[in-house]
Design a protein around this ligand. Structure first.
Ligand SMILES: [Ca+2]
Length: 184
C-alpha cells in the first residue's frame, strides 16, 4: 500500500512538473521573472506619485492604496490643509502588461470621507504621457469593491486614477486598495 502511494505521488509530481514546463514554454519570460505574479494572477503596483497624502494626522500615505491590506487607505491631506479635487495617484506595474480594467476599494472603516464619486482612469507607457482617459465614469456609493472594465484591453506600464469628485462633494480623496485587472 505504501509503495502504491509512493508511486502515485511520483506520478502526480511528474505530471505537475510537465504542466508547469508547458506553461513555462508558452510564456517563458513572465514565468521566469515573476512566478508569484503569474500564479496569483495579480499585477504588483508601485506608487510613483500622489498629488496629496495625509501623513501627520493619520497614516494615510499613498502606498496604503496598493499594500494589499483593505484596512489601510490612502487619504489626501486634511490636517493642516485640504486641497480640493481633482486628486490623482500614479502607479507603475511590475512590468508592462495588458489590462482590461481596474478595481477601486473604498475605505472600509465607518467613515466615507474621500470616497471617490466621479473618476478618470489613464494608462501610459512612460509614466509621463497619459493622453486621454481610457475610461471615465461615476462610482456608485457603498463600501463594496468597484470593478471597471475597459471597452478593450490595453497594454501599459503605468496607470493613473484621477478622482474628479468626492461622494459628498468634499475636497478629499481616499482609497483602501487599487488594483488592475490582467487581460488574461
Ligand atoms: Ca490598503
Amino acid at each position: 500500500m505504501k509503495r502504491l502511494i509512493a508511486v502515485l505521488v511520483m506520478v502526480v509530481s511528474v505530471f505537475g512538473t510537465r504542466v508547469f514546463a508547458e506553461e513555462g514554454s508558452t510564456n517563458a519570460a513572465s514565468a521566469a521573472t515573476s512566478p508569484s505574479a503569474a500564479s496569483t494572477n495579480q499585477i504588483k503596483l508601485t506608487v510613483i506619485k500622489v498629488d496629496s497624502e495625509e501623513i501627520d494626522g493619520e497614516n494615510a500615505r499613498g502606498t496604503n492604496a496598493v499594500d494589499g491590506n483593505p484596512e489601510t487607505f490612502w487619504h489626501t491631506q486634511w490636517q493642516d490643509a485640504s486641497p480640493e479635487c481633482p486628486h490623482e495617484i500614479i502607479l507603475q506595474l511590475a512590468k508592462p502588461a495588458s489590462i482590461k480594467g481596474f478595481t477601486y476599494l473604498p475605505r472600509q472603516d465607518e467613515e466615507e470621507n474621500g470616497t471617490i464619486k466621479d473618476y478618470e482612469f489613464y494608462v501610459s507607457d512612460d509614466g509621463k504621457d497619459f493622453g486621454k482617459p481610457v475610461k471615465k465614469g461615476e462610482f456608485d456609493g457603498g463600501k463594496n469593491k468597484k470593478t471597471v472594465t475597459f471597452e478593450q484591453p490595453v497594454k501599459c506600464a503605468f496607470v493613473k486614477l484621477r478622482a474628479v469628485s468626492e461622494i459628498n462633494g468634499q475636497a478629499w480623496t481616499s482609497a483602501a486598495e487599487i488594483t488592475v485587472v490582467p487581460a488574461e
